[in-house]
Write a protein that binds this ligand. Structure first.
Ligand SMILES: Nc1nc2c(ncn2[C@@H]2O[C@H](COP(=O)(O)OP(=O)(O)OP(=O)(O)O)[C@@H](O)[C@H]2O)c(=O)[nH]1
Ligand SMILES: [Mg+2]
Length: 474
């Protein structure tokens, strides 16, 4: 017979119950047939068994000498034990020696890399990484290494200790290109660490690694990315003419498209805010160029936010030049082509948008949104023509033009409409902009409801957030 009793009662009856289990479980099971709680799981002393009978040398030396016979669980224990014995030099050696055993099982590899990182053995983890991912490529087929399980803990350690992790992350990217397969969840701890360290450059570098690994982010991934990339969002201005556009030196990402296509909703999705930009079922909601500052800590109320709340990055005021705070603007503009807006207002918005695209130096990125249920409509073709004229006139810094199919979650969109809209867009682009220009224009598929496409959009937003890094091609 089994009976559930609270762990405190179990303890007062003198029944065995570890403190940890008591904390974790509110109730425990007593097996009255045996009169005890189930015994706590006792670890097999694998390392002891491994060195049984061996003589001469210290315990650490014996472990190192015998570890060639170890399976991966024993190897993990051995590395942990060596680290505990303050012999991380031996831990490093046995992990490199045991690389083939470790490579066969991702979690064991992660455990060893984690133990070495905790011991501060950076060089050892790098040596293990080199031995696994940069040597003998013909061995790849027989093992299943997961670069994220070695490079992830290493990058975390560097971020935690305030060091520049970019060279390591670049090695990680190369390793993923050679032996892809790290699951998306293995990247999240490093993204969290980059968020804590407020290192946007590292965050985006890890996203590049994920792309190389073919790892699609999960919901958690993009929650972390949005939290890290948008630490503050402030509505700063609603402009109705070129003269009233706010003056600043940051880059801008603008959302253009027909009325009701979902521009304001995408702004909210990317910023991880419910209603920063007003959304409405009724077309014509947005009536001016709405400027949202992202991470602009020069704004008066943000200075306080930068210096208070949460864990502060060491030397937050003087972040290194390779790791800027990622300040930029999201610009939500009125939709074009809505018949119920007076003709004069529609003309004014279209003229302002064209002048903006042609002359605004800060404009770095234009997302043109098209409804995935119906593909390009006449107003979208007017926008293609407008973009072509503006880009031809533009003398300032280059402007990236990206097409975005919206509302991909809608029932009508699911019935094959997305691929159809995609093909129709490609054809229209080639017709209106010419093959050469059209070929390089990305088409992304998104949904503000399911949040599909956040990763792809952030890959482009990165160029507005970190322009100095993207200019250098990093
Ligand atoms: N199902 C679904 N609905 C969406 C999506 N994006 C936007 N909507 C809905 O579409 C309507 C219009 O969205 P808005 O974001 O206001 O569109 P807009 O392009 O800013 O519209 P204007 O400001 O009028 O130009 C709202 O009812 C949204 O809830 C989406 O991805 N999926
Ligand atoms: Mg809007």
């Amino acid at each position: 017979m089994e009976l559930h009793v609270p762990s405190k009662v179990a303890a007062s009856l003198g029944l065995r119950s570890s403190k940890r289990a008591a904390r974790r479980e509110k109730r425990r099971t007593i097996d009255f047939a045996r009169g005890t709680c189930p015994p706590p799981v006792v670890k097999t002393p694998r390392v002891d068994r491994l060195i049984e009978g061996a003589v001469g040398g210290s315990r650490a030396e014996l472990i190192a000498a015998c570890v060639g016979r170890a399976d991966n669980e024993t190897l993990v224990e051995a590395v942990n034990e060596l680290v505990r014995l303050d012999r991380s030099d031996l831990a490093a050696r046995v992990s490199v020696d045991g690389r083939e055993v470790l490579a066969a099982e991702g979690p064991a590899l992660k455990a060893v890399a984690g133990a070495l990182c905790r011991a501060g053995e950076l060089e050892a983890v790098l040596a293990l990484a080199s031995a696994l991912f940069e040597e003998e490529e013909e061995e790849e087929a027989s093992v299943t290494p997961h670069p994220a399980r070695v490079f992830g803990p290493l990058a975390c350690l560097l971020l935690r200790s305030g060091r520049d992790p970019r060279a390591t992350i670049e090695r990680w990217r190369r390793a993923e290109t050679r032996c892809p397969g790290s699951p998306a969840a293995d990247f999240n701890p490093t993204l969290v660490e980059a968020r804590k360290a407020r290192s946007l450059a590292s965050l985006f570098a890890v996203l590049d690694v994920m792309e190389a690994a073919g790892a699609r982010g999960d919901d958690r991934t993009f929650e972390i990315v949005a939290q890290a990339a948008v630490r503050s969002l402030d509505f700063v201005a609603g402009a109705v003419s070129l003269q009233t556009l706010p003056a600043h030196d940051l880059k801008e990402a603008v959302f253009i498209g027909r009325s009701n296509v979902g521009k304001s909703s995408l702004v909210n999705m990317l910023a991880n805010r419910k209603s920063a930009a007003f959304v409405s079922k009724k077309p014509g909601k947005t009536q001016q160029f709405n400027y949202f500052a992202v991470n602009d800590f020069s704004l008066p109320n943000n200075r306080r936010r930068q210096s208070s709340g949460g864990k502060k990055k060491k030397n937050a005021s003087s972040s290194p030049s390779w790791d800027p705070p990622g300040s930029f603007y999201l610009v939500d503009v009125p939709g074009l082509g809505y018949a119920e807006v007076p003709k004069a207002a529609r003309r004014e918005w279209a003229d302002l948008l064209e002048a903006y695209l042609a002359t605004r130096d800060q404009a770095a990125l234009a997302f043109h949104l098209v409804d995935s249920r119906c593909g390009p409509m006449p107003v979208d073709r007017d926008i293609f023509a407008m973009v072509k004229r503006s880009l031809a006139r533009r003398e300032g810094p280059p402007l990236r033009y990206v097409l975005v199919l919206t509302k991909a979650d809608k029932r009508e969109a699911k019935k094959n409409a997305v691929p159809d809209a995609h093909d129709a867009l490609r054809a229209d682009l080639a017709e209106h902009l010419g093959d050469d220009l059209a070929r390089d224009i990305p088409i992304l598929v998104t949904s503000a409801t399911t949040r599909r496409g956040r990763d792809a959009m952030w890959r482009h937003l990165k160029h507005a957030a970190l322009p100095s890094l993207s200019e250098r091609g990093s």
